[in-house]
Design a protein around this ligand. Sequence first.
Ligand SMILES: *Cc1c(COP(=O)(O)O)cnc(C)c1O
Length: 378
Amino acid sequence: MKFRTLAIHAGNKADRETGAVVPPIHIASTYVQPGGKRGAFDYSRSGNPTRSNVEQTLNALENGKGALAFASGMAATHCVTMLLESNDHVLAGADIYGGTYRLFHDIISRGGVSVSLADSTRLDTFAGHFSSRTRLVWIESPGNPQMTITDIRACAELAHDHGALLAVDNTFATPVLTRPLELGADIVMHSATKYLGGHSDLLGGALVVRDRELWEQLYFTQNATGAVLSPFDSFLLSRGLKTLELRVREQSNTAHRLAEWLEADVRVARVMYPGLPGHPGHQTAQRQMEGGMGAMLSFEINGDFEETKRVVYSTRLFQLAVSLGAVESLIEQPAGMSHASYAAEDRTKHGITDNLIRLSVGLEDFEDLREDLDQALN
Ligand SMILES: *Cc1c(COP(=O)(O)O)cnc(C)c1O
């Protein structure tokens, strides 16, 4: 079956008891064990039918060998890091999500795990940052907020040559545009809060893996630590996934047109969108991404921190908020918002300038969004 069909049918069978086309939300925390015999489910942390349904959908969409749904994206990422032991090393891309940066630097470091950040778009120099203790490579493509593109296939080979696992935060690309497991990655992580849910009404995370044994280890860790997705949020996620492809394709189209419009505007200094031929990751993106270049884009205005702030405060349709990936468009200033948890020095080093604006392009009409940006820039 093709992606759109899987999104609707994988994990979504009609209810056998009632014939309901949408499976019911199973809210029970525990399950009877007749005569002491365990059935498919025994306790909701260990397994829940509604969560299990959405895990099947996620697994089908990422073409994996097993999925796990978590209470948030950070819970999913944390679960991966719990596979590590003291003295292990993590090599991460330079422009990872701010919360991942904080988890790596302030939490997992307490257990004696060391982390280095390096530019994963340049694998020749990235390779120099491996050590004999590197067990995990963590990347995002497109990266945040510069929309950097990492060659996932080449990065997977590099990680495997060094005996490390490759995990890809696929939140920005979604499996509609990139399926990292097919390119050799071992783990795909999602903040399901973003495109997968798609409506700014749930918090969730997911892991999908290429290998059954790795799934078993992660399942054990998830069950032992408990950050599972609730039944209601599992339902909302299932509901969102059914329209994922349509939303992501349309939002990407609009983002592409806005990027081209912004690039031609004198009030704008620079546009970062992998769909533009001038973007350093354009060629890799064309090879790696299928049917769109994503609905996230960043740009720098000709102005300082205060003027940039004024632009993001002046939009009417684009709402000033962190987060991304939903039907409503959002705008933010990374230096003061999404990347505030980066150390100032790392912020500058990774090009998060004061005049940088990040857009999450929603499902609204292109003309309305363009007019809104136009009046805000004025
Ligand atoms: C939001 C986000 C996360 C964290 O997910 P939560 O659901 O907020 O915990 C991780 N990575 C990226 C790229 C994100 O945008």
